[in-house]
Design a protein around this ligand. Structure first.
Ligand SMILES: [Fe+2]
Length: 198
């Protein structure tokens, strides 16, 4: 089950959890409202046959599956540089644990922990970066919009997709999320409960 929290500013070891003191967890609804990032759950053993995955592919037309595994220190360095892509892209964790740090509308980092079966849709124009946890045995895939992977490193605010994304964020395009998880009985991460414990 995916968890999300605000990141501290400690620049040491990106692969630590980087909670603030005290930790401040973020619900998936808040994550969506302030970033547009969507969350789905799929079968990590056979995601291509998973109904949720197939429906998403059908609706959004993403294609071109690329494996993300055997990440060496140089790969991790590159993926941890803040950037965005031009189109909405899917990320699925198949093994291990990965962290997507997403810039919210207030320019804060929200860390989203993805475990096997977690699928994130990161909107085009949304700044983010990626790393893995300390175990480092991550394996996942990304599914691109048009089969071509291209990252735009910050600052790239002049690009049209970035401007459109920012406009959507501030025009309330991500205010009302259809709660797919509740409909389908998927267990949702309870940020309020986690914050009460912290
Ligand atoms: Fe990326």
């Amino acid at each position: 089950m995916v968890r999300a929290w605000f990141v501290d500013e400690d620049p040491k070891d990106p692969r630590a959890e980087h909670h603030r003191i005290p930790p401040k967890f973020v619900s998936l609804e808040e994550l969506y409202r302030t970033t547009g990032v969507e969350y789905f759950q799929v079968d990590p053993k056979n995601f291509q046959l998973d109904n949720t995955f197939r429906k998403l592919i059908e609706e959004r037309g993403n294609q071109g599956i690329q494996d993300i595994d055997d990440l060496d220190p140089n790969d991790l360095k590159v993926l941890y540089v803040e950037h965005f892509h031009t189109y909405d892209e899917f990320r699925i964790c198949l093994e291990g644990c990965g962290y997507y740090d997403i810039r919210d509308k207030f320019d804060e980092w929200i860390r989203v922990e993805i475990l096997p079966g977690d699928l994130l849709v990161i909107p085009g124009g949304c700044y983010h970066r990626f790393t893995v946890d300390k175990n480092g045995n991550y394996r996942g895939v990304r599914i691109l919009k048009d089969g071509v992977y291209q990252a735009h490193i910050r600052p790239s605010d002049q690009l049209r997709c970035r401007k459109e994304y920012v406009k959507k964020l501030y025009n309330g395009a991500y205010e009302n999320r259809y709660s797919r998880e509740e409909e389908e009985g998927v267990k949702i991460f309870d940020a309020a409960e986690q914050n009460a414990k912290a």
